[in-house]
Design a protein around this ligand. Structure first.
Ligand code: SD4
Length: 288
C-alpha cells in the first residue's frame, strides 16, 4: 500500500488515503473520497481546487477533474464543470455510469443533474478569498498565478492503482479553457501492474507533452518512478527552447510502492508507504 500527492497541501488527503486503504477501501474509492473532501471545502485546496477556487474571467467557477483506474483501464473526467462542489464525484460517475470518458461544460452539468447532483448557484461556489481575488483581477490589482492541481495516486492492499486529479484551472482563465488535468496521458495516467503518474503546472503547455503517459510507459520498461519522471522532464527540456520552459511538476508511483518526482520548479509532494508511521513531505528541486 502507498499513496502520493502533489504539493504540500496534499498532506491531509494522502493521510486520508492512508486511513481508507489501510481499512481495506479500494484505491478508486479512496482517491475519490480524499479528493472530494478537499474539493468541497472552500478553505482548502489553495483556492485552485473545487469549491472556493478562483473563477474564470467572467467570475464563474469552472472545474476540471478526472479519475483513472489502472486495474480495469477505466477513465472518467469532467471539464469546465459549473455548480458542483466536488467535481471528482461527477468524473467517477462518468467512468462508472456513462459510455463516455470526458464530458464538458453544459453537457457535464446536465449529466451531473441526471445523476442526482445538486447544481448550486455560482455565488455558493466562490469563497470570500476567491471572490475578493476576482474583484482585484477586475480592478487589475492582482497578479494571482497558480499551478496547483491536486493529484493523488493510491495503491491499495489488493494491488489496485488509481490516480485522480482536480483543479479550477488557471485563475481568471477564458471561459471554456481546459488544462491538462482532465486529459488522459497528460494530467494523469494509470496502468495495471505498472504504476501511475500525475502532472501539475501550466496545463496549456503540459498537455502537448503527455507526461503522465510517458512516465508510466518508462516505468513499464523498467525505470523507477524517479528515473521515469526525470527522463520525461529532460526529454521535454531537450525538445523546447530553454527560454520557453514552463512550470511543471510530475509525480509517479509504481506497484512496488516506490515514489518519484521531477519538476521545473520548486515542487513539494507528499507520500506514504506501508510500514511508515507518517505521511512525509519531500521537496523536489528543479531538474535535481
Ligand atoms: C491547469 N494544470 O489547468 C492545471 C492547473 C493549473 O494553472 O496548474 N492551473 O493547467
Amino acid at each position: 500500500m502507498a499513496a502520493v500527492g502533489t504539493w504540500g497541501f496534499s498532506q491531509p488527503a494522502v493521510e486520508r488515503i492512508r486511513t481508507l486503504i489501510t481499512a481495506g477501501q479500494h484505491a478508486t474509492d479512496a482517491v475519490e473520497n480524499a479528493l472530494a473532501e478537499v474539493e468541497d471545502d472552500p478553505e482548502t485546496g489553495r483556492h485552485i481546487v473545487g469549491r472556493g477556487g478562483f473563477p474564470n474571467s467572467r467570475g464563474v467557477l469552472e472545474c476540471d477533474a478526472a479519475i483513472m483506474e489502472g486495474t480495469a483501464g477505466r477513465f472518467g473526467a469532467v471539464a469546465a464543470l459549473r455548480g458542483v462542489g466536488a467535481p471528482v464525484r461527477v468524473a467517477r460517475r462518468v467512468m462508472d455510469r456513462s459510455p463516455h470518458s470526458l464530458l464538458v461544460g453544459e453537457g457535464a452539468t446536465a449529466f451531473a443533474m441526471e445523476q442526482g447532483f445538486t447544481i448550486e448557484p455560482n455565488d455558493n461556489m466562490l469563497s470570500i478569498h476567491s471572490a475578493k481575488g476576482y474583484q482585484e483581477f477586475l480592478e487589475q490589482k492582482t497578479d494571482v498565478r497558480g499551478h496547483d492541481t491536486l493529484g493523488l495516486i493510491a495503491l491499495d492492499c489488493m494491488g489496485n492503482i488509481t490516480v485522480g486529479v482536480s483543479t479550477s484551472g488557471a485563475p481568471f482563465k477564458s471561459p471554456g479553457r481546459v488544462g491538462d488535468s482532465p486529459l488522459p496521458g497528460s494530467g494523469l495516467y494509470a496502468e495495471h501492474k505498472v504504476g501511475a503518474a500525475a502532472a501539475t503546472g501550466d496545463g496549456d503547455k503540459i498537455m502537448l507533452h503527455c507526461p503522465s503517459f510517458h512516465a508510466v510507459q518508462l516505468m513499464k520498461q523498467g525505470l523507477s518512478p524517479k528515473e521515469a519522471c526525470h527522463n520525461v522532464l529532460s526529454d521535454i527540456i531537450k525538445r523546447i527552447d530553454p527560454d520557453r520552459l514552463f512550470e511543471m511538476g510530475l509525480i509517479a508511483l509504481n506497484v512496488k510502492g516506490e515514489v518519484g518526482a521531477a519538476s521545473s520548479i520548486e515542487f513539494p509532494y507528499t507520500f506514504w508507504k506501508q510500514g511508515k508511521d507518517l505521511v512525509e513531505t519531500s521537496i523536489q528541486h528543479p531538474h535535481s
